[in-house]
Design a protein around this ligand. Structure first.
Ligand code: ADP
Ligand code: MG
Length: 456
């Protein structure tokens, strides 16, 4: 093929085939399949990745591989640029959307995150698993989404603890309204953003456009109104907005982390307005629902995760779905770093890390031994044993080196953990690994991988 007419996706197809041959199927599926090549010019290839997290991950772990394969594929020293388009962090407003770059395959860049409405399109009723904990909240949300302002659920207030699905439901309402109406006037905001916008409107003498934006809608969705507590002026403004919408039969949906009557500092008249609609709660899900949610998430991300692993995670993390998802992501990261499939031991480890996160994490020599054993596929017993076979001795040196680097304990102590070897053996091992890492980039990547896994 003539090089001058190579498109970004040609290059990417080529490149990803090369990468695929180097890493495990699971790793490829996790980190590379979601990537799209969206631009190619004289200087760089632009890749679109689902979130900042991906970008950081890929850049950290696969940068060199990508660059060298890119050179092979194009014969030029091109850079790789990343464009982040998905609102993974949409609910705290941090999602990055770069100016849309030119594309050669005209793909909708905002596949998940809609900048206009600030809605994350993944938060739909379809992706929301119903359980006894959230049935009522979901049913009310669906009714409201079907006929905004037409039901007696106005306002609808959904309350519940952290990570139980309030934002998901609120956005699902927004998405449903959006889907039905070609020119939807649904506005999603958080109480924090509302406050910030309000303050900056006052500062810039622009309060009329602020009011317009919030009043000129069919449905107003406000997340986390507990943050309105004690902010008198903003509350006052919100009250006017709310009243105005309510009187014109527009829908208002709110979420909060506790029952509105427990929102101290909330004006009584606001509270009584809330009580005139419907206040529903979301409770913590039971085990079956938790498992179903995890499986749904895995399915959405096209991951095959054995049932017993979702069960393990769901059994151990009870109160918070976001934390459960965190454990799942960590598990994927581990599997990807150590280039191994998702297994029970790996899952246990990811879980331990997630659950133990509250304390400051200290890595022990035993942790290092366990990680090296898993990553380099040498049984722990052999690592601390006497065997001199090359793979075993090599892995042992890596474990000693990492113990020194991460645990930072004495050479004698390390020696003791490795079957009572003396400190000079440890010194030798550390030197040898450092030398080898300079020469062999695959070893360096491997060691760095185990290291970041331990320090995750
Ligand atoms: P909250 O706003 O209550 O703190 P979120 O709506 O942000 O919680 O939910 C946290 C995560 O858990 C989100 O990724 C969400 O998709 C997921 N989640 C919560 N409940 C469910 C459910 N019933 N089905 C599917 N995913 C859920
Ligand atoms: Mg939320």
């Amino acid at each position: 093929m003539d090089k001058t007419i190579l498109t970004a996706s040609d290059v990417w197809t080529n490149l990803s085939e090369e990468v695929q041959s180097l890493i495990s199927k699971q790793t490829f599926a996790t980190w590379f399949e979601p990537i799209r090549a969206v631009g190619l010019d004289e200087k760089s290839l632009t890749l679109e990745v689902p979130s900042k997290f991906y970008y950081e991950w890929i850049d950290r772990h696969y940068r060199e591989v990508l660059l060298s394969k890119l050179k092979t594929a194009t014969g030029k020293d091109l850079k790789v640029r990343y464009s982040v388009v998905v609102g993974e962090e949409a609910d705290n407003g941090e999602s990055v959307k770069e100016p849309k770059m030119f594309t050669d395959q005209r793909r909708d860049a905002s596949q998940y995150y809609d900048n206009g409405s600030r809605l994350n399109r993944r938060y739909t009723f379809d992706s929301f698993v119903e359980g006894s904990n959230n049935q009522l909240a979901k049913a009310a949300s669906v009714s409201v989404a079907d006929s905004p302002g037409q039901t007696s659920f106005n306002p609808l207030v959904i309350y519940g603890g952290v990570g139980l699905g309030k934002t998901h439901l609120l956005q699902a309402i927004g998405n449903k309204v959006l889907q039905r109406s070609p020119t939807p006037r649904v506005h999603y905001t958080t109480s924090e953003k509302f406050t910030i916008d309000f303050i900056s409107a006052i500062q810039n003498n622009n309060s009329s456009s602020f009011s317009e934006r919030h009043r000129n809608v069919e449905s107003l969705l406000v997340d986390d109104i507990q943050f309105f507590q004690k902010k008198e002026q903003t509350q006052e403004q919100f009250f006017h907005t709310f009243n105005d919408l309510y009187q014109r039969g527009k829908q208002v949906v709110l979420t909060t982390d506790r029952h509105p009557s427990e929102l101290y500092g909330l004006k009584d008249r606001l509270l009584s307005r809330f009580q005139s609609g419907l206040i529903v709660d979301i409770q913590a899900p039971n085990l079956e629902t938790r498992i179903a949610i995890l499986q749904k998430k895995a399915e959405e991300d096209k991951l095959e995760i054995p049932y017993e692993i979702t069960e393990l995670i769901a059994t151990n993390i009870r109160g918070n779905i976001r934390e459960m998802e965190g454990a799942l992501i960590k598990l994927l990261a581990y599997s990807s770093l150590s280039h191994s499939d998702i297994t029970m031991p790996l899952a246990k480890r990811a879980l331990r890390e997630t659950l133990g996160r509250s304390g400051t994490k200290t890595v022990s020599i035993d942790d290092v031994i366990q990680s090296v054993s898993e990553a380099m596929d040498v049984p722990e017993k052999k690592l601390i044993g006497r065997g001199r076979k090359m793979e075993v001795a090599g892995a042992r040196q890596v474990a000693m080196y990492l113990s020194r680097e991460i645990v930072g304990t004495s050479l004698e102590n390390i020696g003791m953990h490795f079957g009572g070897r003396d400190h000079s053996t440890v010194i030798h091992a550390c030197r040898a690994v450092k030398e080898k890492m300079k020469e062999k980039s695959d070893l360096r990547r491997r060691v760095d991988g185990i290291r970041s896994q331990l320090e995750f």
